[in-house]
Structures are given as structure tokens and as C-alpha cells.
Design a protein around this ligand. Structure first.
Ligand code: CTP
Ligand code: CA
Length: 226
């Protein structure tokens, strides 16, 4: 009986999940962000909590309610997300990074509203910290799961991210595919493991994707304990 065994394995396990977009501010009025709605991460948080895990959900700005029995930590920027993640990392057993974290932020955050000028404008951006990569560098006992949103060469980039981020699992989707990616209630993902195995899933609800992912994580937890 799957449900029974899953709840046994995750019971009391500390699972940290990041979800949603980040906002990188230009001035008090404007910011850069992306199309993430948080649905995938919130679905994982809900399922993990139902299966008995102690869930901390670190969320960028989204319009979703926190699932039941989940500790919600709200953040805004990539830097705030990084700080919140590292506050909870040591105590975590599993970390699932489904957030769409900005790779760049405006190099200057203006304290007053930027006024328009004649002609075009050039803005400089600087890199944010790659949170997942830093987690991979500091990983001890934790199982580390990353996401990869791609528009081409899914497998190639997913395998590269597994290595470069020292992750145990990368969940990859092609966001150009109808029924996958941002906003919708469905997703089409492939789950890549460090041992080279992969699970290619059909179009599923985000809740079902969450279940499939958590089952793979449970297998890893069992494997690690042996
Ligand atoms: N990620 C992160 N911190 C960042 C950027 C990404 O933790 N500053 C995490 C995401 O949460 C996701 C994984 O890294 O789990 C992959 O994100 P993705 O944007 O697909 O890959 P990148 O490594 O940022 O590479 P690129 O955007 O160039 O494809
Ligand atoms: Ca990125």
C-alpha cells in the first residue's frame, strides 16, 4: 500500500520547498520578475504535508493560500529567498527548489522613482546568487531537488544542472510545450536522477506531478537509510 508506506517515510521529515517568482527592484515602483505562479511548489508542499512531512514553504509573491499544516515564509527578492533558505537548510532533510529565482537584478536600486528621459535607456544588471548551486556546495545529509525550466535540449541541460548544482534530482520541463510550465494546472516533466535514470511523465495535474516527485524522493530516502 503506497499511501501507507509514503506517509511512514516522510513522517516527521523536514522538507523545505521554495516556490513562486522573485522580484528584483528598479525603484520604489518597478521590478523585474517572471511568469511563475507558485502552483507547482504549493502542490508539492500540500502533498508533502499530507504525507506527514514537516513542511517549510519559502515563497515569493504569489496569490495562493498556504496549504494546511505548512509553515509559510514569504520573501520578495532572490537575496531574501537565499537568506530564508539558509536559515532552514541545516535542519532540513529534503530541499525542493521549485522557485523561479531571478538570475539578475538591477545593479542599482534607485531610492526615488526613476524619471523618464528623452531617448532610449540602458540598464545594468548584476548576477544574483545561485541558491541551488550554493546549497549543492554546502550539502551534507540533505536530498537536494532542483527544477529546470527549458525551451530546448531538455535532457542535455537537465543533466548539466544535476552536475553543476550537485543536486540529487532535477525536474525538467519544456515551458514551450502546451500543458507544461508556468501558470497552468498541468505540467509535463521528466525527472532526472544522479545515477543517470530518468522518469518521463505524461501530462499530469500539478498535484499528480507532486506525488510522482515525492515518490522518487521517498525512494532516495529509503536508499540512503540502507
Ligand atoms: N536557482 C536558484 N538560484 C538562482 C537561480 C536558479 O536556486 N539564482 C535554482 C532554481 O530554483 C531551480 C534551478 O536553480 O531549481 C534551475 O533554475 P534554472 O533557471 O532552470 O537554471 P539556471 O541554473 O538559473 O540556468 P539558466 O537560467 O541559465 O538555464
Ligand atoms: Ca535561471
Amino acid at each position: 500500500n503506497l499511501h501507507r508506506s509514503t506517509s511512514d517515510i516522510l513522517k516527521g521529515k523536514k522538507v523545505m520547498i521554495t516556490a513562486g517568482p522573485t522580484r528584483e527592484h528598479v525603484d520604489p515602483i518597478r521590478f523585474f520578475t517572471n511568469h511563475s505562479t507558485g502552483k507547482m511548489g504549493y502542490a508539492i508542499a500540500k502533498k508533502a504535508a499530507e504525507w506527514g512531512a514537516e513542511v517549510t514553504l519559502i515563497s515569493g509573491p504569489v496569490s495562493l493560500e498556504a496549504p494546511k499544516n505548512v509553515k509559510l515564509v514569504q520573501v520578495d527578492t532572490a537575496e531574501e529567498m537565499r537568506q530564508a533558505v539558509f536559515e532552514h537548510f541545516k535542519a532540513s532533510d529534503v530541499v525542493i527548489k521549485s522557485a523561479a529565482v531571478a538570475d539578475y537584478r538591477p545593479a542599482i536600486k534607485h531610492l526615488e522613482k526613476l524619471k523618464k528621459q528623452d531617448g532610449s535607456m540602458v540598464m545594468e544588471f548584476e548576477r544574483t546568487t545561485d541558491i541551488l548551486k550554493q546549497l549543492g556546495e554546502e550539502k551534507e545529509h540533505q536530498i537536494l531537488v532542483g527544477f529546470a525550466a527549458e525551451t530546448q535540449d531538455l535532457e542535455h541541460y537537465a543533466m548539466k544542472k544535476l552536475q553543476s548544482k550537485n543536486a540529487d534530482i532535477i525536474v525538467a520541463n519544456n515551458v514551450k510545450q502546451t500543458g507544461a510550465g508556468f501558470g497552468g494546472d498541468t505540467n509535463i516533466v521528466s525527472i532526472f536522477h544522479r545515477d543517470g535514470s530518468k522518469k518521463e511523465l505524461p501530462i499530469l495535474s500539478k498535484e499528480e506531478v507532486a506525488e510522482e516527485l515525492l515518490k522518487d524522493i521517498i525512494d532516495l530516502v529509503i536508499h540512503k537509510a540502507q
